[in-house]
Design a protein around this ligand. Structure first.
Ligand code: ADP
Ligand code: MG
Length: 484
């Protein structure tokens, strides 16, 4: 056990299982042809099926089913060729049918695993229990009118994948890494955009604590946490709360709680419902969902290279460190940018520029890599200018700063500003001779044994040449002029 929270009675282990709700990328809903685009006018994307008009029948959307299968394959999970849709019955003002179509006993995807990377460079496998398809509910709007609540059914019927983890997660960092990795895999697959601000990815966070070596204790479920940071904070806050309850002689009751991000604490929402409260039963409007093995295999063959495979390849093929490779593969667009930049070039150098200067620039200006003012092509050209000695690594930093500002190509910047490296030994000799002549006292010190003075001369020559002198040639000339 590595992570533990220290209580008054000693260390406590934290146990976490996550239920992630991921909105499926699809043009239309799970059982109707209504559109799913984000940000439409309220109730503009609602079919009679979504509004549960009498006699309307659901028809499964094959693309949503394919997306769930792709996700299952991406999680190395078992694909169940026969699954079933069930009704989960409950009343909600924004659920006109009075039930949600979900999958209970027979989900479309069975057990799999997600490998997470931790800050210390280690990896850990977290079990995935299942993935099932279900409908989203609508949305109640309570802040539009002082006395009325409004209902927006645009989301009603949109396909969600609920991905349930085993209680294998044991720290806030592991919980954060799990959500980030799951999101990364789904973005690679194109099955969920992972946009937590728009609600396309939400997590229910189940937390319990126990003394090392003990059986599991009662858990609480924190509903609808909508950012990675909040997931991590919720784990820590809830574990700390439960430890206090146990240590003060109380008992943790199983309940559903909410995370208050302003206070950084959790508070009760309702006592936990049990499966039997929902009166699950097979939806009589839908036959069992039977998949063709050949169709599943075809989907598997068309999967893109996923983050783990890409990371391994970046290490083997490009010689990147595990850390750099992990950073670059987390987002597919970053990985693509890297490969375009590194093509036939020094890959480690390319990785350094991207994870260093480029990411710093993008962070500072709040841009994504797709909006980068420096294109992969231009960054590649900058590397070429360094490699063929047109500019020094130091001047390259200045060139990059201009590229980030203006989006110009590096060769144009170097020409326009006269930043080409000086390799003409006559010009370098003249600059060195001038500095040597101007500093007889320093020359004497150097010749008297003060080796450190060498750096002073190199610095002065570089300054006189506006940083453009070829470093190797300048060094060589300084040594020659200073030798007695
Ligand atoms: P339910 O259907 O009531 O939500 P599940 O058995 O499906 O319950 O579990 C939901 C989640 O709770 C899973 O992610 C699971 O890993 C997690 N979980 C189960 N037991 C514990 C526990 N003692 N502590 C923390 N998480 C737990
Ligand atoms: Mg649950």
């Amino acid at each position: 056990m590595t992570y533990a929270i220290e209580g008054s009675t000693g260390p406590w282990e934290v146990v976490v299982g996550l239920e992630v709700h991921a909105q499926v990328i699809s043009k239309s809903k799970l059982f109707s042809g209504a559109a799913t685009a984000f940000g439409a006018e309220p109730n503009a994307q609602v079919s009679f099926v979504d509004a549960a008009f009498p006699g309307m029948l659901p028809v499964p959307n094959a693309e949503c089913v394919a997306q769930a299968v792709r996700t299952g394959l991406g999680l190395n999970a078992k694909i169940n060729l026969v699954s079933r849709f069930d009704r989960k019955n409950y009343f909600y003002a924004d659920l006109p049918s009075g039930y949600q179509i979900s999958q209970y006993e027979k989900p479309i995807v069975g057990s799999g695993a997600i490998e997470i990377e931790l800050a210390d460079g280690s990896t850990k496998s977290i079990g995935v229990t299942r993935l099932h398809l279900e409908q989203d509910a609508g949305k109640s709007l309570h802040d539009q009118d002082p006395t009325k609540s409004y209902i927006d059914l645009n989301r009603a019927g949109v396909a969600l994948m609920e991905i349930v983890s085993e209680p294998d997660i044991h720290s806030p960092d592991e919980a954060g890494a799990y959500v980030r990795k799951l999101r990364s895999i789904m973005r690679y697959l194109g099955t969920c955009d992972g946009n937590m601000e728009e609600g396309s990815l939400r997590a229910d966070v189940n937390v319990s604590v126990r003394k090392p070596g003990e059986a599991f204790r009662t858990r609480c479920e924190i509903k609808n946490v909508n950012s990675v940071r909040f997931v991590m904070q919720a784990v820590e806050a809830e574990a700390t709360r439960q430890i206090e309850v146990w240590e003060s002689g109380g008992t943790v009751r199983q309940e559903t709680r909410l995370f208050d991000s302003a206070r950084g604490t959790t508070r009760p929402m309702r006592s936990k419902e049990d499966a039997h409260d929902y009166r699950y039963f097979p939806d009589p409007d839908l036959p069992p969902l039977v998949l063709d093995k050949a169709w599943v295999n075809e989907l598997g063959k068309k999967l893109p290279e996923l983050p783990d495979a890409k990371r391994a390849r970046f290490m083997a093929e490009h010689g990147l460190s595990a850390y750099d490779a992990a950073v670059l593969v987390a987002e597919r667009a970053n990985a693509d940018f890297f490969e375009a930049t590194a093509h036939r070039r020094d890959a480690k150098q390319a990785a350094n520029w991207i994870t260093g200067d480029l990411f710093a620039t993008l962070n500072r200006t709040g841009r994504t890599i797709e909006q980068s003012p420096v294109s992969a092509e231009n960054l590649g050209k900058l590397l070429d200018l360094i490699a063929d000695d047109t500019i020094s690594g130091k001047i390259a930093k200045d060139v990059f700063a201009v590229m980030a500002e203006t989006g110009e190509a590096p060769d144009a910047i170097v020409e326009a500003r006269g930043w080409r490296q000086v390799k003409d030994s006559g010009a370098i000799d003249a600059a060195v001779a001038a500095i040597v002549a101007a500093n007889p006292d320093k020359v004497a010190e150097y010749r008297g044994g003060k080796e450190k003075m060498f750096g002073f001369f190199v610095g002065q020559v570089m300054k006189a040449m506006a940083g453009k002198g070829n470093p190797a040639l300048v060094n060589e000339a300084v040594r020659r002029h200073l030798s007695p």
